[in-house]
Design a protein. Structure first.
Length: 69
């Protein structure tokens, strides 16, 4: 599990470095916005992996299901 987490962190870090390099090139505005969005997503992913409460599931974050009677 630690190896998988380390691998994910390395992958996100690599993506961040790649996106930062791309931002230093000539891009169209919509390309730049897309890369900025992806950069933000990668940074959030790293923060999520670094936090102790990372293993949250989407079900835990969704509102409770209603029972139909």
């Amino acid at each position: 599990m630690v190896d998988e987490r380390s691998a994910r962190l390395r992958t996100h870090r690599s993506n961040i470095l790649r996106y930062r390099k791309l931002l230093n090139t000539k891009l169209l505005e919509h390309e730049r916005l897309y890369i900025l969005k992806r950069l933000t997503e990668e940074q959030s992913a790293i923060e999520g992996l670094a936090s102790p409460s990372f293993p949250l599931t989407a079900k835990a974050l969704s509102p409770p299901e209603r029972q139909i009677v």
